[in-house]
Write a protein that binds this ligand. Structure first.
Ligand SMILES: Cc1ncc(COP(=O)(O)OP(=O)(O)O)c(N)n1
Ligand SMILES: Cc1nc(C(=O)O)sc1CCOP(=O)(O)O
Ligand SMILES: [Mg+2]
Length: 539
């Protein structure tokens, strides 16, 4: 369907690295010098979390939970063991501390050899161990430090010496990117204050922030009388409340370790802190939900299944790809009625859009039978994969799963992004249509990767679609930290003015009729791309 010889397609750069997590408080070491290793690291930047924590013989919490959570979320997890505990679903029967010199050696072994992105701490049972860890972190630079101040087990057994309190507060917190106490730990850290309400949790987060971490998350899972599990996040200026469903289950052993190591895994993969916390919360909630009837052990508090997703097909951890917001630049959304009108097959239309420089494609096929849709989707996946362009499916999670698409786009009357995330897993792209700041906030909480906002202009492609104009678009963009793509009535005449709005998270335009209700899809796409590129060059 090429109408003229196409110029080469520009490739977008992969998502930026996690350098934004380098704590200004930690000195950076000069890069290690082995040349073959540096080259290899550049080719295969494997997200790597080092957990410094205690072993739990029942494998529900501690090192074992951290390794499983990281594996489930696609990060490599190395471990420095600080203590060996004898415990089961009834409680902790014994604790034996690993000699401090061996802890120092473990840290040296891992940090001097491997490229660790994020260090996560769990059980640090003595002041001496915290001191050794701080010294190692000063010697070896990592990109983020997640501190879960484990002091008491969920069964109520003490896991650290009281003298550690001072070292946590005065030494380790100042190096931390995030500290994640539960209400009992927050109370201990603050000299025994009682925490009963969200307002108390906010006050505690503010007080802990003063010890020096960049972010604080006070976890409210233990707060009684609430149908929700509410965690309070504080960045030194604003509070965010993370609300999750309280799952009715006894299998909650290890939730704190898992949340913190999941945050670490997401940071290692390049997430922002807020997004890492949201993904981690969703992951723990899903794991609890899938394990609520699991029976392992005879005690009152059982473990849960971190690898529950292996039972939810298709789950292809190795092929997960991070979403690059720049791919929203020129978003081609197909329409089978338009294709029919011009005698184009879906595959031809997609091929032509990619030839013209579309940076992401969505199959929006409203009146096609499922079997034909799936066949076309599979063929389009091949086309998109070979060009490095992500392919999303509109509305139909079943089709997306069946063709292993890169993601799904849903609107306000479709199934929620949270449910789509449950079905697709963390590696897929989820877009949500939003017309208001409240919808944008909800989409972010549900784990969306980007927002589609419109109609910017009137459109005849989608019936009864309200027009928001530039003001509505800006309001949604400003209300969210997620990348946004504008949609609705966008064409070669007005696309420039949309991008000239200059809102930082407005990453591109999504277009249906101005690309597909045309005879030559590749020419129209190329023309639009060059308009967008010239606006970007001027910005
Ligand atoms: C990029 C993008 N933005 C918005 C929409 C609209 O989705 P929705 O509101 O679910 O409407 P339908 O497309 O399903 O009619 C979209 N598809 N893509
Ligand atoms: C699919 C869709 N969603 C919209 C929204 O406002 O969410 S507007 C729209 C149709 C966009 O088609 P065209 O580019 O032909 O105007
Ligand atoms: Mg929809």
């Amino acid at each position: 369907m090429s109408c003229s010889p196409p110029p080469p397609i520009l490739r977008l750069h992969p998502p930026s690295s996690i350098s934004s997590f380098s704590s200004p408080r930690r000195p950076h070491l000069s890069p290690r010098t082995c040349p073959w290793r540096l080259a290899a690291a550049r080719e295969m930047p494997w997200p790597h979390v080092l957990t410094v924590a205690g072993s739990d013989s029942s494998a529900g919490a501690g090192i074992q939970a951290d390794v499983k959570a990281c594996a489930a979320l696609g990060a490599y997890c190395s471990s420095v063991i600080t203590a060996v505990t004898a415990q089961n679903t009834a409680g902790v029967q014994g604790v034996h501390l690993v000699p401090e010199e061996l802890i120092r050696e473990q840290l040296q072994s891992v940090l001097s050899d491997m490229s660790v992105d994020v260090v996560k701490t769990g059980m640090l049972p003595s002041a001496g161990i915290i001191k050794i860890l701080c010294e190692s972190l000063q010697k070896f630079s990592v990109k983020a430090l997640v501190v879960d101040p484990v002091m008491v087990s969920t069964s109520g057994d003490s896991l650290s010496d009281p003298s550690t309190l001072t070292y946590y507060r005065d030494e380790l917190f100042a190096m931390a990117d995030i500290v994640t106490p539960n209400v009992k730990e927050a109370s201990k850290l603050l000299g025994g204050v009682s925490l009963h309400t969200i307002a108390d949790m906010r006050d505690a987060a503010e007080s802990i922030y003063k010890f020096g971490p960049r972010y604080v998350l006070v976890k409210g899972g233990d707060m009684p009388d609430s149908s929700e599990a509410i965690d309070v996040f504080y960045d030194g200026k604003e509070f965010v409340e993370f609300r999750g469903h309280r799952i009715k289950t006894h299998n909650t052993h290890g939730t704190g370790c898992t949340l913190a190591s999941s945050i670490a895994a997401e940071l290692a993969k390049g997430s922002s802190m807020l997004n890492a916390v949201q993904v981690a919360k969703n992951f723990v909630e899903s794991a609890l939900h899938h394990s609520k009837d699991l029976v392992i052990g005879n005690g009152p508090q059982g473990p849960f299944d971190h690898l529950f997703r292996l039972k939810c097909p298709p789950y292809n951890i190795g092929s997960e790809r991070r979403f690059n917001p720049d791919s929203l630049f020129l978003y081609a959304v197909t329409d089978s009625r338009m294709n029919k009108r011009w005698g184009h097959s879906i595959e031809d239309a997609v091929k032509a859009a990619i030839e013209g420089g579309a940076t992401i494609v969505q199959l929006r096929e409203k009146d096609i039978e499922s079997r034909a849709f799936l066949e076309a989707a599979k063929a389009c996946m091949d086309i998109c994969r070979s060009s490095g362009v992500p392919l999303l499916i509109n509305d139909r999670v079943d089709i997306a799963l069946a063709c292993n698409a890169d993601g799904v786009h849903v609107g306000q009357s479709d199934i929620s992004a949270r449910e789509v995330r449950e079905l697709l897993g963390p590696g897929k792209i989820i877009g949500v249509s939003c017309k208001t700041p409240a919808q944008a906030e909800q989409a972010w909480r549900d784990g969306a990767d980007y927002l589609g906002c419109g109609g910017v202009f009137p459109t005849t492609t989608k019936a009864n679609n309200p027009t928001l104009g530039f003001e509505g678009l800006k309001a949604v963009c400003l209300a969210s930290k997620l990348p946004v793509v504008a949609i609705g009535g966008i064409n070669a005449t007005n696309a420039g003015s949309v991008m000239e709005l200059g809102v930082p998270n407005l990453k591109g335009v999504a277009v249906v009729s101005a690309l597909f209700d045309r005879e030559c899809v590749s020419t129209e796409t190329r023309n639009l791309r060059s308009i967008l590129t010239s606006v970007r060059c001027l910005a």
